[in-house]
Design a protein around this ligand. Sequence first.
Ligand code: NAD
Ligand code: UFG
Length: 344
Amino acid sequence: MASVLITGGAGFIGSHTCVVLLEAGHELVVLDDFSNSSPVALERAQLLGGGSIRCVRGDIRDPACLNAIFANAQAADTPIEAVIHFAGLKAVGESVAEPLRYWDVNLCGSRTLVAAMDAHHCRTLVFSSTSTIYGEPTRFPLVETMAPAPIHPYAQSKWAVEQLLNALAATGSWRIANLRYFNPVGAHPSGQIGEDPLGIPNNLFPFITQIAAGRLESLRVFGNDYPTHDGTGIRDYLHVMDLAEAHAHALDHLLSAAPETALTLNLGTGQGLSVLDVVHGFEQATGISILYSICARRPGDVPRLECSPQLAEQTLGWTAKRSLADMCRDGWAWQSANPHGYRR
Ligand code: NAD
Ligand code: UFG
């Protein structure tokens, strides 16, 4: 079992990953500034995972904070052996409006992190990348050998970090996994932790669950004139618990891999679903009707993102196991038990 630093561990994907890693017996330190999350998520993750998390409130761009985390762990004879790096900003539209902030947190934050890791001889890192680095592809399914063509500052900053990490791996002493997430949704089946966006959700799935909870009226479906089976946009949605489990697999894989390992893996189901497929899937799984209207396309959206998850399966022995019905049932269990998220 390893001692692992989880940056952004209080967030949506981070909190679910903490549960899975605690269940596997790992020792966890979480660094989070709680700019988009709540400490309550970590309290609940500890209860669900059956272990304790050392939590540090701090900014990923603060070298003193990072150096203290590594030095304190070394002094306590539990040196950090690996890092899973979730901390970052993720809203595409916001990244177009505030590119400097996105480059600062996502790229400079990652650079600060790897410099602190290097100084403390911790050179094993799992990184949160994104399917949006493929840009607006026309060939499917997406495979990792296709050239990234990011079209907004969010995806550009993630691709820049991947390149930095690949360059580190090429020096011969780092073990890196760039994990390209497709669209994680749902929640832990207990309904205790889940996605808790600040303000009105940008993303489809929390928008739907908040309509079901009576917090929002009606969904705007952004476009029904895409070249897809029903005209609405297609994404590769996967259950957040499947994604969390992929991190445990990636961590185990890296910890026993040779230095100079650089993995880049798509994480999705391989089954694209349209906006209306998700709406109707939610209605079927929960028995709740979702009011919607068709609106204009959202600027920056692409028609389709759908991956081949084969390389992840071959490399890690991981596949997404949970269905759309599971995603909807578990997402609704979270939202109905916590209609206002962690803010009660
Ligand atoms: P999230 O916002 O819920 O989690 C990110 C966490 O990082 C939050 O707890 C936030 O408080 C923290 N954070 C942000 N800036 C920080 C800073 N400067 N210093 C320290 N902590 C900071 O997001 P998420 O959905 O859990 O995503 C996690 C990672 O995965 C992100 O890097 C995101 O870009 C990436 N990703 C997410 C998705 C998705 O659809 N959710 C898809 C692809 C990639
Ligand atoms: N959509 C609507 N109405 C809404 C919200 C979304 O019709 O109110 C549609 C979008 O047009 C798109 C689909 O639902 O066709 C999915 O949109 P999301 O906003 O849920 O997700 P995106 O694929 O745009 O982006 C998300 C995250 C990114 C991440 C990416 C990974 O916002 O951070 O998934 O694929 F990188």
